[in-house]
Design a protein around this ligand. Structure first.
Ligand code: NDP
Ligand code: MG
Length: 378
């Protein structure tokens, strides 16, 4: 029985993780559930899965949870996520969105827990710390992000296998068929209509700006020890191939599957074993596959992320924080689409180069968000 601590249980990945768990009650046991403010759903999940630990970061919202099963303790406040990394869990599913997930992932690795990682911002901001610690503690960082799961599968579940090139595929996001002039005026509501995937709001906007692909290139560098020159991204609008690996002899392996996160979530919990997964079977007959380069002019965020990674130090963290803040403002209709890239550029220009530590990253994250708000007088 694998004991699972699920951080971010009320989100898109969290809810799908619980569906996977429900399909295999003999294999998986939820020992803890954690979220930020969605008290109603967390309460429902607690009563269905009966974990011994639950956590809701927002104390006011946590006070609304009154019907707890006997034997469940509820934690709240800034350290709620830390409490949810329980001593008895075998694996932590990190499905919190954003930088907010970093501290709990570092804590989990320090406790010697394997981490099934959806929360890519954790690696973007703190990849150096997380991967070094994981090596020291001998714990596994298992990819849930579909592209990185695809790469893992192409590498035969061997993160250290030799390869020549990693090729990440990208749907192109909701604005892939619009001109720059049109995109300029499109709103968050338009961006939220992603053509191929149904996800949380933040990542869906990141897909529209293509910043998500930049974050994923960085994620791949950390997960597979790749120099950035060996990682490429290409637009593949059909989202049939989830990513590819090219080997020294020129062979390219691709993982194809129905675009659902259930497969990578389930595989992260069971590999190398493959179990039946409730995703539709794809009929390939009549399907087309196309590939196009990323258009940096219409989607400047992709390069901004890559350049921040190349700058090293705390720059990727600053880029990530500026993006999180700018996306929040875009979702609130306070700034336009291309202001997201402008906000990232502004914050990066103001960032003071700092050695990476958990403390310095928290500081960078805070200041970078302030730069963005300052730029827009908020
Ligand atoms: P959602 O916005 O749907 O869910 C985020 C989850 O994190 C919610 O449970 C939320 O709680 C919780 N959360 C956020 N902040 C905190 C906090 N401070 N303390 C405790 N809990 C917190 O996001 P997604 O599920 O879409 O994405 C989660 C992560 O997975 C992201 O990093 C994303 O990039 C990555 N990912 C997602 C994919 C997808 O298909 N959705 C695909 C690949 C990667 P609450 O509901 O209470 O706010
Ligand atoms: Mg992805």
């Amino acid at each position: 029985m694998i004991k699972i601590a699920l951080l971010g249980s009320t989100g898109s990945i969290g809810r799908q993780t619980l569906e996977v768990i429900k399909n295999y009650p003999d294999r998986f046991k939820v020992v803890s559930l954690a979220a930020n403010s969605n008290a109603e759903l967390l309460e429902k999940q607690i009563n269905e899965f009966k974990p011994h630990t639950a956590a809701l970061t927002d104390p006011e919202r946590a006070a609304l949870i009154t019907a707890l099963p006997v034997g469940t303790s509820l934690y709240t406040g800034d350290k709620a996520l830390i409490h949810a990394v329980t001593a008895d869990c075998d694996v932590v599913v990190a499905a919190v969105s954003g930088f907010a997930g970093l501290e709990s992932v570092i804590y989990a690795v320090n406790r010697g827990k394997d981490v099934a990682l959806a929360n890519k911002e954790t690696l973007v901001a703190g990849g150096e710390i997380v991967m070094r610690l994981a090596e020291e503690k001998g714990v596994r960082i298992i990819p849930i992000d579909s592209e990185h799961s695809a790469i893992f599968q192409c590498l035969n579940f061997d993160r250290k296998a030799a390869y020549r090139r990693i090729i990440l595929t990208c749907s192109g996001g909701a604005f892939r068929d619009y001109t720059k002039e049109e995109i300029k005026n499109l709103k968050a509501a338009d961006a939220l209509r992603h053509p191929n995937w149904l996800m949380g709001k933040k990542i869906t906007i990141d897909c529209a700006t293509l910043l998500n692909k930049g974050l994923e290139v960085i994620e791949a560098c950390y997960l597979y020890g790749a120099p950035i020159e060996k990682v490429e991204a290409i637009v593949h609008r059909e989202s049939l191939i989830h990513s590819m690996v090219e080997f020294d002899d020129g062979a390219i392996m691709a993982q194809i599957g129905y675009p659902s996160m259930k497969l990578p979530i389930q595989l992260a919990l069971t590999y190398p074993e493959r179990l039946k997964c409730d995703v539709p079977i794809i009929d390939l007959a009549g399907k087309k596959m196309t590939f196009e380069p990323i258009d940096d002019d219409r989607f400047p965020c992709f390069k901004l992320a890559i350049n921040a990674y190349k700058a090293g130090y705390n720059y990727p963290c600053a880029m990530n924080a500026a993006n999180e803040e700018a996306v929040k403002l875009y979702l609130e209709n306070k700034i336009g689409f291309y202001d997201i890239a402008a906000a990232i550029e502004y914050a990066l220009s103001k960032t003071v180069k700092t050695e990476v530590s958990e403390e310095s990253l928290k500081e960078t994250d805070k200041i970078s968000r302030l730069f963005v708000r300052q730029k827009y007088g908020l």
